[in-house]
Design a protein around this ligand. Structure first.
Ligand SMILES: Nc1ncnc2c1ncn2[C@@H]1O[C@H](COP(=O)(O)OP(=O)(O)OP(=O)(O)O)[C@@H](O)[C@H]1O
Ligand SMILES: [Mg+2]
Length: 273
């Protein structure tokens, strides 16, 4: 499962609503991508999470815009006048992360977009608990509504154990209490059914392939590991062990679903472009 590698050919426009100042970029394959830059404040680890989680979402059958590694040459976007953008681009020569751009998409609004299939919503709820994704809340759903479907974006805040790696192996069993603030809690069917559907899909081979898709240059040296291979194996081990053991995170997600949302979302419908 290697990701396509494309060359960025044109900086079209910045997406100022994104905290990391992503941008719309035309690429050499004739497609347009929303690119998250390695030189942005969140750093390379956020891109590692983007790649692994987008690949795993595909395995789960969840709708994600097609991901790619977007290579940028020295001098890309040099016509952009904004110094902040220039700083980011200078730090982003080489590999970056892109999701296929969905032109004219709307931000998901849980008060309006109630048509989402409850089984799909349960799958997303389960999946976000699995990969510890804090960024799917009513305030910041990171779901786009486009051509009658719902698309998942922005997985850079998942897998947060990799910021530091302290005690990482034991933490694979951590419950994910923030699931009680998940934007799809009220719209989902039973997450235990999602567990039965999705868990068997994540074999060691599937997890290894997702981790193998991460570009080597993003795996900066980490004290806990002697080599890049060891670091990749640690991601696979964390994911495998999260699917085994007592899995308090499944019980926590189920309890949150049974309790229902604690509050209603503020409406934030907006057009993306
Ligand atoms: N594939 C896409 N197609 C169309 N619009 C997109 C796409 N990806 C992102 N966007 C738009 O860009 C915004 C920012 O993207 P994203 O959430 O990935 O960036 P971010 O910097 O991590 O944002 P934040 O941290 O503020 O949530 C999204 O909220 C959405 O409006
Ligand atoms: Mg976002």
């Amino acid at each position: 499962m290697t990701l396509p590698v494309v060359e960025g050919v044109r900086y079209v426009a910045p997406l100022r609503e994104g905290g990391s100042l992503p941008a719309i970029v035309d690429a050499s394959d004739g497609h347009t991508y929303v690119v998250k830059f390695r030189g942005a404040g969140q750093g390379a680890r956020a891109l590692v999470a983007e790649v692994i989680v987008a690949e795993l979402a595909k395995v789960a059958g969840l709708p994600v815009p097609a991901p790619a590694i977007v290579h940028l040459a020295d001098g890309f976007g040099k016509g952009e006048p904004d110094p902040e953008i220039q700083d980011i681009l200078r730090g982003s020569i080489g590999s970056n992360f892109g999701l296929r751009y969905l032109p004219g998409a709307f931000g998901f609004d849980p008060a309006v977009d109630t048509d989402i299939d409850p089984g799909l919503a349960a799958d997303v709820l389960w999946f976000d608990s699995f990969v510890v994704n804090v960024d799917r809340t009513p305030r910041n759903p990171n779901i786009l509504t486009w051509r009658g479907g719902h698309w998942l974006i922005d997985h850079g805040a998942s897998l947060y154990f990799h910021h530091g790696w302290r005690n990482w192996r034991a933490r694979s069993q951590d419950p994910f209490a923030l699931i009680s603030d998940h934007v799809l809690l009220r719209l989902a069917s039973d997450p235990r059914d999602a567990d039965r559907r999705l868990r068997p899909r994540f074999t060691r081979a599937v997890l290894e392939a997702a981790v193998a898709a991460v570009p080597e240059s993003w795996l900066t040296p980490v004290d806990a590991f002697d080599s890049e291979e060891e670091q990749r194996e640690a991601y696979v081990t964390w994911l495998l062990e999260r699917l085994q053991g007592d899995r308090a995170w499944v019980a926590t997600a189920t309890a949150a679903w049974q309790a229902g949302p604690s509050r209603y979302a503020r409406r934030e419908t907006h057009r993306v472009v």
